[in-house]
Design a protein around this ligand. Structure first.
Ligand code: HSE
Length: 346
C-alpha cells in the first residue's frame, strides 16, 4: 500500500510509528505492507520517492531537524512538491490527510479529499471539517471514483464511535445518539466538581494538551457540534448543517453551579444529542443536569462516551479516549485495515 502523508504533525508521525511497531502483524494478519512514498507539510517540507522512503529515517530526520527535506539525497528523490501536486502526481494509493485545517471552512482538507478522489486515490483523515461540512459531496465523489474514504478519528479518536454502530450494531434502528464528545469540557466540569475554579481547570486542560490551540471551540461547544453533525451525516443518513444545531457551551459556568448540582445528587455534563423521528434528524449541544446514577455522570476527566438508543439491542454505551496522538494515529490505522479488508473482498 503506497502511502502519502499530507501533513506530518504529531498524528501523522504517530501513524508512521505504528507502521513500524506493527509491521509483522499488519503483514501476517491483514496482508498490509505500508510503503510511505511521500510526505508534504507546510512547515516541515516535502519529499517523494516513487519506490518508497525509509520510515525510520524519515522520523529520525523530522525529529532531529524539523524538516523532511533533510532526508538523505538519493536517485529518484523529489523535493518541494506541495500537497495538491503530491496528491495528483505521486503514485500513492492512499492519502493520509492530517493537515492543520480550519474547521470553520474545512480547508485545505476539503480540497485535498476532492483532489484525491478525482485522481482515484483513497483517503483516511482525522480532520472534522470535510465530514462535517462536505459529507454528501465528498462521499458521492469517492463512490463515483471507486475509492475509499475513512474518517473514524473525527469522533472520539481511536474509540470506534463511527464504525462500531455501522458494523456491530447493524440491523438496529438507532433513534437517538447522545454523548460526551469533548474531552476538554468534561475535564473542566469534573475538575470543578473537585473544587477547582473554571479558569484553573481550563488552564490545566490546555497544559495537558486536551484543549484546541484556541479553546473557544471546546468551551463554547462548537467542537462537540461538529462531531454531532458527523454522527448525523454518517449514522443517521441525513445531512444536517452545523449552523442549524443549537449550541451552548460551559464558558459561563461557576463553581457554585457545579457544587449546587452535586448537593442535589446531580452533575453537569456537556451533552451532544442527535434524535431521529418521522420529521427528520435534529441535534443539540448543551450542558445538561443529569442524575449521578446516570452512566454519563460516571464519565470523568477527558474521557468521552456515547450512547446509541437501538430498537433491538437497547441502549449501548461506548466509552474511551476522545483525543491523544497515539489514539488518533490508531484511528487512521483502523481505517487503513478496513480499506484493506474491503479490497480483499472485491
Ligand atoms: N479538543 C478536543 C477535545 C480534541 O477536547 O475533545 C479532540 O477533538
Amino acid at each position: 500500500m503506497k502511502i502519502a502523508f499530507i501533513g506530518f504533525g504529531g498524528v501523522g508521525q504517530a501513524l508512521a510509528k505504528l507502521f513500524l511497531r506493527n509491521v509483522e502483524q499488519l503483514k501476517k494478519q491483514y496482508g498490509i505492507e505500508p510503503v510511505v512514498v511521500a510526505v508534504t507539510d507546510v512547515m516541515k517540507g516535502s519529499i517523494y520517492h516513487p519506490e518508497g522512503l525509509n520510515t525510520n529515517k524519515l522520523l529520525e530526520v523530522v525529529n532531529e531537524t524539523g524538516n523532511v527535506e533533510n532526508y538523505p539525497d538519493q536517485a529518484g528523490l523529489i523535493k518541494g512538491w506541495d500537497s495538491l501536486k503530491t496528491i495528483k502526481n505521486s503514485n500513492a494509493d492512499m492519502i493520509v490527510e492530517v493537515t492543520y485545517t480550519d474547521v470553520k471552512t474545512g480547508q485545505p482538507a476539503i480540497d485535498h479529499c476532492r483532489a484525491a478522489f478525482q485522481n482515484q486515490k483513497s483517503v483516511v483523515t482525522t480532520n472534522k471539517g470535510p465530514v462535517a461540512l462536505a459529507y454528501k459531496e465528498l462521499s458521492e465523489l469517492a463512490k463515483k471514483n471507486g475509492v475509499y474514504w475513512g474518517f473514524e478519528g473525527t469522533v472520539m479518536s481511536g474509540t470506534p464511535a463511527l464504525r462500531m454502530p455501522i458494523i456491530t450494531l447493524a440491523g438496529n434502528e438507532i433513534s437517538e445518539i447522545k454523548g460526551i464528545l469533548n474531552g476538554t469540557t468534561n475535564y473542566i466540569l469534573t475538575e470543578m466538581e473537585k473544587g477547582s475554579s473554571y479558569e484553573d481547570a481550563l488552564k490545566k486542560a490546555q497544559k495537558l494538551g486536551y484543549a484546541e490551540a484556541d479553546p473557544t471551540s471546546d468551551v463554547e461547544g462548537y467542537d462537540a457540534r461538529y462531531k454531532a453533525v458527523i454522527l448525523a451525516n454518517y449514522l443517521m443518513d441525513e445531512e444536517i448543517d452545523a449552523e442549524d444545531v443549537p449550541c451552548k457551551g460551559i464558558s459561563h459556568f461557576t463553581e457554585e453551579m457545579v457544587q449546587e448540582a452535586l448537593e442535589e445528587n446531580k452533575k453537569w455534563r456537556l451533552i451532544a444529542r442527535i434524535k431521529k423521528n418521522e420529521e427528520g434528524v435534529k441535534a443539540t449541544v448543551q450542558p445538561e443536569l443529569i442524575e449521578v446514577s446516570d452512566p454519563l455522570a460516571g464519565v470523568t476527566g477527558a474521557t468521552n462516551a456515547i450512547v446509541y438508543e437501538c430498537d433491538l439491542a437497547g441502549p449501548i454505551m461506548l466509552t474511551g479516549a476522545g483525543a491523544g496522538l497515539v489514539e488518533t494515529g490508531y484511528s487512521l490505522l483502523i481505517d487503513i485495515i478496513d480499506f484493506q479488508r474491503q479490497n480483499a473482498q472485491i
